[in-house]
Design a protein around this ligand. Structure first.
Ligand code: ME8
Length: 510
C-alpha cells in the first residue's frame, strides 16, 4: 500500500454561492480522505476557490462591485461548507493568494522558456457588451449566445500552449496508466477526443485584466483554466518544492464533475509534462444531479442549498444520501422524498435500530455490562465471517471509488446483524437461566457486528458514527481508528458498562 494519499476537489467559482453539485464533489473527496486516513495513510486533502477570469469579473460588474470584493464575500460561503458538512480538508486555496501567483507564473515561465508557450494571434467572434469570444459553433444564428447581439470577427495577440505536440505523449500516458481516467466510459471519450487531434490552446487574454499577469508581458493575463488547474501543485508547495511537495505530488485523485474532465485529463497533464512536473496519478469524473426530475437552474428556482439540507436533515443524512443513492460516476436525481426514504429506512430502521435494540437488551439482561462470549455456534461463525468479508469488500469498493457499493456492503452487514438478533431471539434465551452463557455470547456478537458496522460508516456518517462508537464504549475518535486493527473481530471489551440506548437516527415524517 502507498504510504500517502493526495486528493483534490475542483476549485469553485466564486461568481455564485455553493449548490448541491459543489457539496457532492467535496463530500465524495472527504469520504475518501477519511477512509484513507483510517487505512493508516498520510493524507492531504485540498479544496479551494477559483477567483479569476471572465465569469467572476462579469458577475462582479453586474453586482456593481470589484471582482476582489465579490470573491472575498462569496468565498466565505465555500469555506463555511467544511464545518457545516463535516469536511476534513487540510487546506483551502484561493487563486488570488500570492503563493498561487508565484506558482502559476513559474509553471508558465518554464513552458515559455522551452518554446511550448509562444506568442500568436487569437481570432474569434467577439461580443463587445459581453466581453467574450465565441467560436463558430457557439454562435446562435450568427449572434452572441448570451445576449443575442451581433458578434464581430476580432483578433488579439495571445500566448498559445503547444498542445498539438502532446497528442502522442498523452495517448502514451493513457495507455500506460489504464486507471488514469475513471470511470472507464469517460476514459474512452477522452482517448477518442485526443486521437481526433489537438489544436494549440490560447492561454492568455489581453481583453481582460482580472487574472495573473503573464511573466514579463504585463498586457496579458493568464487564461483562467491554466491558472485554476495549477492550484493542485500550489497547494502542496510548488514552486518551492519542500517536504510537502515531495511527499504528496503527484496527486492520487483529482475528483471532478464530468463537464470539466477534459481540462483535467488533457490540458493539465500536458502543461505539467511541458514543465517537467509529473502528471497526476488519476482523475475521476462523477455525474450530475438533476433536482426532482429537472435540470437545476436559478431561473427554475430549484437550486439545492447545502446549508439548508444540513439544517433540515443533518450533515450525516445528506452525505449518506448523496453517496448511496446513485452509483458514483452516473447521473442521479435528487428528491426530498428519496432522501427522507433513505433516512427512515436505512438510517433509522436498519442501522439506528440495530444499535438501540441491542443496547436495550444489554441493559435489561446484563445491566449494561458487556458479557464475555463463550463457545461460538454455526450462526456466530457466519456472522464473524460476514463482518470480516464486509471490511474487505468496503475497502475494495472505496479503492474503486464505488461509494454506493461500499455502503451497500456495509448495509448487508447491518441487515445480517438484525437477522441474527431475530434468529437467536435473546428474549427467549433470557427466560431460561440455563441459557445465560448463550445469551451473553449472542449479545456480545451483535454488539461486535454493530461496532464493526459503525467503524465502516465513519467516512460517510462522521457525526453519528462518533456518537455510536462512544455508545459502544470504544475509546478515542472513530476517525482515528485503524480500519484493519479496529475492523478485526473481537475488539469490543467485555466487562465495560454501556448506556441503555444511544442517539440514533430519528425518523422523519414525510
Ligand atoms: O468548474 N451536479 O467551478 P464550478 C453535480 N472553477 N455536480 C455539479 C452540478 C450538478 N448539478 N453542477 C455543477 C468550475 N457541478 C471551475 C473548476 S478546477 C481546476 C476549476 C460541479 O464552481 C461541476 O461538475 O463551476 C464541477 O465539478 C463543480 O461543480 C465546480 O463547478
Amino acid at each position: 500500500m502507498k504510504r500517502t494519499f493526495y486528493i483534490t476537489t475542483p476549485i469553485y467559482y466564486v461568481n455564485d454561492v455553493p449548490h448541491i453539485g459543489h457539496a457532492y464533489t467535496t463530500i465524495a473527496c472527504d469520504a475518501l480522505a477519511r477512509h484513507h486516513r483510517m487505512k493508516g495513510q498520510k493524507v492531504f486533502f485540498l479544496t479551494g476557490s477559483d477567483e479569476h477570469g471572465e465569469k467572476v469579473q462579469k458577475s462582479a460588474t453586474q453586482q456593481g462591485v470589484g471582482p476582489r470584493e465579490l470573491a472575498d464575500r462569496v468565498v466565505t460561503r465555500f469555506q463555511g461548507l467544511s464545518p457545516a458538512l463535516d469536511i476534513t480538508n487540510d487546506d483551502f486555496i484561493r487563486t488570488t493568494e500570492p503563493r498561487h501567483y508565484a506558482s502559476v507564473q513559474e509553471l508558465f515561465r518554464k513552458s515559455l522558456r522551452n518554446g511550448d508557450i509562444y506568442l500568436g494571434e487569437y481570432e474569434g467572434w467577439y461580443c463587445t457588451p459581453c466581453e467574450s469570444y465565441w467560436t463558430d459553433l457557439q454562435l446562435v444564428d450568427g449572434k452572441c449566445p448570451e445576449c443575442r447581439r451581433a458578434a464581430d470577427r476580432r483578433k488579439e495577440p495571445s500566448f498559445f500552449f503547444r498542445l498539438s505536440k502532446y497528442q502522442r505523449p498523452l495517448l502514451d500516458h493513457y495507455r500506460k496508466n489504464p486507471s488514469f481516467i475513471r470511470p472507464e466510459s469517460r476514459r474512452n471519450e477522452v482517448v477518442s477526443f485526443v486521437e481526433g487531434g489537438l489544436n494549440d490552446l490560447s492561454v492568455s487574454r489581453t481583453s481582460l485584466s482580472w487574472g495573473i499577469p503573464v511573466p514579463d508581458h504585463p498586457g496579458h493575463v493568464i487564461y483562467v483554466w491554466y491558472d485554476a488547474l495549477t492550484n493542485y501543485i500550489t497547494g502542496v508547495g510548488y514552486p518551492d518544492g519542500g517536504e510537502r511537495f515531495e511527499t504528496f505530488w503527484p496527486a492520487d485523485i483529482h475528483m471532478v464533475g464530468k463537464d470539466i474532465l477534459r481540462f483535467h485529463a488533457v490540458f493539465w497533464p500536458a502543461f505539467l509534462m511541458s514543465a517537467g512536473v509529473a502528471p497526476p496519478l488519476g482523475v475521476f469524473a462523477h455525474g450530475w444531479w438533476t433536482v426532482e426530475g429537472q435540470k437545476m437552474s436559478k431561473s427554475l428556482g430549484n437550486v439545492v442549498d447545502p446549508y439548508e439540507m444540513v439544517e433540515t436533515y443533518g450533515a450525516d443524512a445528506f452525505r449518506y444520501f448523496l453517496l448511496r443513492e446513485v452509483p458514483f460516476g452516473s447521473d442521479g436525481d435528487f428528491s426530498r422524498k428519496a432522501l427522507v426514504h433513505r433516512i427512515n429506512s436505512d438510517l433509522a430502521n436498519d442501522f439506528g435500530n440495530l444499535l438501540n435494540r441491542t443496547l436495550g437488551m444489554l441493559g435489561k439482561y446484563f445491566a449494561g455490562t458487556v458479557p464475555v462470549p463463550s463457545t461460538a455456534e454455526e450462526e456466530d461463525l457466519a456472522l464473524f465471517a460476514r463482518a470480516t468479508e464486509t471490511v474487505r469488500a468496503a475497502d475494495a469498493a472505496m479503492e474503486n471509488v464505488e461509494f454506493h457499493n461500499a455502503l451497500s456492503a456495509i448495509w448487508d452487514l447491518v441487515k445480517a446483524g438484525n437477522r441474527y438478533v431475530d434468529a437467536s431471539a435473546p428474549w427467549v434465551l433470557a427466560k431460561d437461566p440455563a441459557k445465560r452463557a448463550r445469551l451473553g455470547t449472542v449479545l456480545y456478537n451483535i454488539l461486535e457486528a454493530t461496532r464493526i458496522s459503525v467503524l465502516l460508516t465513519a467516512p460517510f456518517l462522521p457525526g453519528a458514527a462518533q456518537k455510536m462508537w462512544e455508545a459502544l464504549g470504544c475509546e478515542g475518535p472513530v476517525a482515528a481508528a485503524n480500519l484493519y486493527e479496529a475492523g478485526a473481530w473481537g475488539g469490543l471489551r467485555s466487562g465495560i458498562t454501556l448506556p441503555k440506548s444511544a442517539v440514533a437516527f430519528p425518523r422523519i415524517e414525510d
